[in-house]
Ligand binder design. Structure first.
Ligand code: FAD
Length: 327
């Protein structure tokens, strides 16, 4: 079956952008293999038919709306398994992120389906979908095809571009489904903003960015102290590697699948300078890089390169900035 089912995360009257990318991708690929993209949304009273219909403009041909708790994986697995059982969808596609991974893995286990994770592109070939997934530190791409009845594709966070198709409202079908006994075992205790999520990185004139060279999440304190010394025009940013590791919030990610910035000063600490990072910061007026490896690619496009240990250099810079300000 050529139809593709996607899950769209809904929270407080809005859809998650990463999920909208999955709808666009599902719609484009389903069309190539002669199918349609359908979306599943689960939510409470603030999830209205009117809101669900808007998914039509991202390419969804039909929306299944389930009444249930938002942001929990197992109820969504129940809903999607039912929709696939009834509709015979050939693929389930997720935008990634923690919830996408959890639902996709749960659905794969439930359906005995093949699953590809961290997918960065999907293409159609001979009426089937092939998932492309970077391997070996992103130096090669593996191509995954499916032998199972249902193929599950879980994208990397924000790997799929949001495309508004201009199509009209999608029909909405209210689903009645039964939660499996274990689906009610987890409850949402609290939702909150991540540290740094409210920082205006795009508007900052000085950015102190940290990468895997910081060693651990706590390493970001060195970047935060330096940014604080610069004052309120400075912000802290991060590479995707550390965002994926959970060291810093996604809102601070610079690069191809994050934000694009062009501050007066971009100070990169412990960042190798991968092309996907470079595209998000290369138009900065001044780029200063600190890296212990003199051959790190970031030095090729830095105005000033400091070869050394950031654990020694960042605190010294912070002291120097504070001293200068006190003058
Ligand atoms: C489709 C796709 C999209 C992507 N999108 C993005 C994106 O938007 N943004 C992004 O950033 N990446 C993105 N990536 C990932 C990118 O390819 C790199 O993997 C990532 O940027 C590497 O992050 P990093 O520089 O923090 O880590 P690494 O590459 O591991 O570099 C760490 C650096 O720290 C240095 N170091 C280690 N210890 C110290 C120390 N004590 N002092 C000084 N230096 C030290 C090392 O020499 C090394 O150069 C994407 C990849 C793909 C495939």
């Amino acid at each position: 079956m050529a139809d593709v089912l996607t899950y769209v995360l809904h929270y407080e009257g809005a859809f998650n952008k990463n999920s909208l990318g999955a709808v666009s991708e599902g719609a484009a690929r389903a069309a190539e293999i002669g199918g349609e993209c359908h979306a599943v949304v689960v939510g409470g009273d603030d999830l209205t038919d009117e809101l669900c219909q808007t998914l039509g403009s991202y390419g969804a041909k039909k929306v299944f709306r389930g009444q249930g708790p938002e942001g929990l994986a197992q109820p969504v697995v129940d809903v999607m398994a039912k929709v696939i059982d009834d509709g015979g969808h050939g693929y389930a596609l997720f935008g990634g992120g923690l919830l996408g991974f959890e639902i996709g893995a749960g659905l794969a286990a439930r359906l005995g389906a093949g699953v590809a994770m961290e997918v960065t592109a999907v293409r159609a070939e001979n009426g089937e979908l092939i998932a492309e997934r970077p391997i070996l530190g992103d130096s090669s791409i593996s191509e995954i095809s499916y032998r199972s009845e249902v193929g599950i594709v879980i994208g990397r966070l924000n790997a799929f571009e949001i495309r508004e198709s201009g199509a009209g409202a999608a029909p909405v079908e209210q689903l009645s489904f039964e939660l499996s006994p274990h689906a009610g075992q987890a409850t949402m205790v609290m939702r909150g903003e991540q540290r740094g999520a409210d920082v205006d990185i795009e508007g900052a004139s000085i950015i102190v960015a940290g990468g895997r060279g910081l060693g651990k999440a706590e390493g970001f304190q060195l970047c935060e102290e330096l940014a604080q010394a610069f004052g309120n025009k400075a912000a802290v940013a991060a590479t995707r590697a550390v965002v994926d590791a959970g060291w810093y919030p996604y809102a601070a990610q610079i690069g191809q699948t994050g934000k694009t910035v062009s501050p007066k000063l971009y100070l990169a600490a412990g960042i190798s300078g991968a092309i996907q990072h470079k595209v998000g910061m290369q138009s900065s007026e001044n780029i200063v890089a600190i890296n212990k490896d003199s051959n790190a690619p970031i030095f090729e496009f830095s105005d000033l390169g400091i070869v050394g240990d950031l654990n020694k250099i960042l605190p010294k810079l912070t002291e120097a900035v504070k001293a200068k300000k006190a003058d």
